[in-house]
Design a protein around this ligand. Structure first.
Ligand SMILES: Nc1ncnc2c1ncn2[C@@H]1O[C@H](COP(=O)(O)OP(=O)(O)OP(=O)(O)O)[C@@H](O)[C@H]1O
Ligand SMILES: [Mg+2]
Length: 334
């Protein structure tokens, strides 16, 4: 690692389903991603040794070992169990007693190599509150900041929708609507010349699609997620019930998103006006299915929308947009 690389800032996307670190390397921006999930496996010296040898992130406790990151998904599949999650709906999971401890270990595992440079800058993503609510945002943001500060970083939060704008709307001077459709939330931010004007989140996102489709088909949510990521797309004909259900709940997510955007942008006391049409950019894992952009635009254009929209863009690399935007914020000194 060159000196310049060692000192350069980092972008960290702390997502409900994945933690993604972005940094400037020699060439293009580099991304490292881990599943934000864990499983508990029985403790034994041999398991401990093998996990260490294979460099699989884990936490050893008195009675068990918590395996976290990408390998947690494989263990859960083999053991026939659901993974445990440190976060839900974009924030620390209040129903998971080990959430803070495991998230801390995961963030430290992702950033350890870069933390020795004291006060290195890192920007981390935080969700916006749902429309009209403040939620547990303060606790979540303060906890992640503390984890990073204790690891020697100078940490600053960046709103996830704004990160989407920073990542993908340079061509319009960071004016437009950034949308990040993730696992726990869809985050939206309208920015004008890089200034956030309205930000909010909507709770219908990837996890909602998985759990709703699981409930009506009797499948496990984790299995639904895997099938969705492998084979779901819009506008195809599916004879099986699972794909039919996935189509219904993707539509439902887009409808809720568009409805909330219309409400927020024309909403009580904060009607936003613009004569110049603004672009919308779609980012996040849940915009990945083929045909998503067209479906979103159809649903959007079907209704009266408070702002003129110039175009609906799909990010070229939707899974990395939030981390890329957080890195952009860190590089400009946020
Ligand atoms: N190819 C795909 N097709 C459909 N959905 C996908 C695909 N790839 C990933 N996803 C879904 O995208 C979601 C993860 O997206 P992302 O990594 O942007 O979320 P996150 O940042 O972890 O969550 P959040 O921003 O809500 O906190 C999951 O629900 C996942 O199932
Ligand atoms: Mg996200």
């Amino acid at each position: 690692m060159k000196n310049q690389e060692k000192e350069s800032p980092l972008g960290l996307d702390v997502g409900t389903s994945r933690i993604c670190l972005a940094r400037r390397g020699d060439g293009p921006t580099e991304y490292e991603t881990q599943l934000n999930a864990f499983v508990s496996v029985p403790k034994s010296p041999i398991t401990e040794r093998v996990l260490g040898k294979e460099k699989i992130p884990h936490t050893v406790r008195d009675s068990d070992i918590l395996v976290h990151g990408n390998e947690a998904g494989s263990f859960a599949g083999m053991l026939g169990i659901e993974t445990r999650r440190t976060m839900t709906r974009g924030m620390l999971n209040p129903e998971e007693p080990d959430s803070v401890a495991v998230l801390k270990d995961m963030i430290q595992a992702a950033t350890r190599r870069y933390g020795e440079q004291s006060e290195r800058r890192v920007c981390f993503t935080v969700p916006a509150a749902p429309l009209g609510a403040n939620d547990r945002l303060t606790y979540h943001e303060a906890t992640v900041k503390q984890i990073l500060t204790e690891s020697g970083f100078h940490a600053t939060p960046v709103n996830e929708g704004l990160a989407a704008v920073y990542a993908e709307l340079e061509a319009s001077n960071y004016s437009g609507i950034g949308i990040s459709c993730g696992a726990g939330l869809c985050n939206v931010c309208l920015a004008y010349l890089a200034v956030p004007i309205v930000s909010f989140s909507v709770p219908q996102a990837g996890d909602y699609i998985d759990s709703s489709a699981a409930a009506v088909t009797g499948e496990r949510a984790n299995r639904v997620r895997i099938l969705k990521e492998e084979s779901f797309h819009f506008n195809g004909f599916f004879s099986d019930q699972l794909h039919q259900a996935l189509g219904v709940y993707h539509d439902s997510m887009i409808e809720s998103l568009v409805e909330s955007m219309a409400l927020a942008l024309s909403g009580a006391g904060k009607a936003v006006r613009s004569n110049r049409p603004v672009p919308i950019v779609l980012t996040g894992g849940s915009v990945m299915p083929a045909g998503f952009r067209d479906r979103f635009e159809n649903i959007l254009r079907r209704r009266a929308f408070p702002l003129p929209v110039s175009e609906v863009l799909l990010a070229p690399d939707p899974l990395h947009s939030a981390a890329k935007g957080a890195l952009a914020a860190a590089l400009t000194g946020s």
